[in-house]
Design a protein around this ligand. Structure first.
Ligand code: HMG
Ligand code: MG
Length: 298
């Protein structure tokens, strides 16, 4: 018994572009996001307000957010690490803010220059500001299935971080497989721990596809009752501070699987594949989506 509808969060414009060698111009990003807005996707993570010294690829997010053609029924979210980022997100009129912590002290330090506890402390004013402006906040727990520096992570830490961020006011937690090391068995195990205390409607999966396991891992999520999944068109993605990280699950592959399982996504796969094709050409990179490669005869 699979769900009849699922929510997909397209992270291509943020996760997908933050690790690319070239920084896309505002014009190219706006064209990319505007095209995604016409696919039926309802949630787009369109950029991040992080330090431009840390992630120069996202430095033009402010202009991107104010230049896109926002559809009234779509959510355009921005990733932020602290109050400076949250204020910039509010100024850019984002519909949603995403905050991110990690289940690994080493990764937290490498990615945000602070400990896990310090990162949580930085989120307090972010949530206060978001509440003031009625902006929903989503939380990520990175390295939920493994860390590039520490290896195994403690599932009980993933659970406590998730509970903590929900208690602080996040409406949903996306469990991030930052380096794509999860397998169906480890996903099943982690979900058993997390879902023992957290309602399944509040948990999403954010799988990177380093070892080709992302779709299988999502299937476990579906079987455990999850209905929200992150993906990036053409399988773009990666974190500059996670050694060995690679692309996200390709949205096209996920949409193909769901549609053929009779699960409604509301997304036009054909339109989506043409967008993935175009952005890959702009970035001069190979399309990582198997479905897109087949459908486009690449
Ligand atoms: P820091 O250097 O310790 O920052 O970096 P600081 O607070 O000491 O401030 C230093 C300077 O940065 C100051 O400027 C601040 O104003 C400025 P100065 O006075 O020197 O001119 N600054 C900012 N500027 C713009 N926007 C901001 C901001 N904050 C401070 N928000 C910091 C700490 C957290 C800022 C930095 O480490 C950072 O930006 N990290 C973000 C790294 C990142 O974006 N990683 C990728 C996203 S996470 C991910 O991909 C995983 C995910 O996909 C899930 C998964 O896959 O698992 C979400
Ligand atoms: Mg990611």
């Amino acid at each position: 018994n699979y769900p009849t509808n699922v929510k997909l969060v397209e992270v291509g414009p943020r996760d997908g572009l933050q690790n690319e060698k070239i920084t896309l111009s505002v014009k190219d990003k706006v064209a990319f996001i505007d095209a995604l807005s016409n696919t039926g996707i309802k949630h787009i993570e369109a950029g991040s307000f992080v330090s431009p010294r840390w992630v120069p690829q996202m430095a033009n997010s402010q202009e991107v957010f104010t230049s896109i053609n926002k559809h009234i029924d779509l959510t355009y979210s921005a990733l932020v690490p602290n109050l400076i980022g949250a204020q910039a997100a509010v100024d850019a009129n984002v519909n949603e803010i995403a905050i991110f912590s990690a289940a690994s002290e080493t990764f937290s330090k490498k990615n945000t220059n602070c400990s896990i506890d310090e990162s949580i402390a930085k989120f307090v004013p972010v949530l206060t500001l978001a509440k003031l402006h009625n902006i929903p906040v989503r939380g990520y727990v990175s390295c939920a299935f493994g860390c590039p520096y520490e290896g195994k992570v403690d599932p009980s830490l993933v659970l406590s971080l998730s509970e903590n961020m929900l208690a602080m006011g996040c409406y949903e937690i996306s469990l991030g497989d930052t380096i794509g090391v999860g397998t169906p068995k480890s996903v099943y195990r982690l979900l058993a721990t997390v879902l023992s205390r957290v309602e399944k409607s509040k948990i999403a999966l954010h799988m990177h596809d380093t070892y080709g396991q992302a779709l299988a891992n999502v299937l476990i999520g579906l079987q455990e009752g999850l209905t929200t999944f992150d993906a990036a068109v053409a399988g773009l993605g990666g974190c500059p501070y996670a050694k060995g990280s690679s692309g996200n699950l390709a949205t096209e592959d996920l949409v193909y699987m769901l549609q053929h399982m009779g699960i409604n996504t509301g997304i036009d796969l054909h339109v989506l594949t043409t967008i993935g094709d175009k952005i890959c050409k702009t970035l001069n990179r190979k399309n990582q989506s198997k479905a897109a490669n087949t459908l486009l005869n690449l």
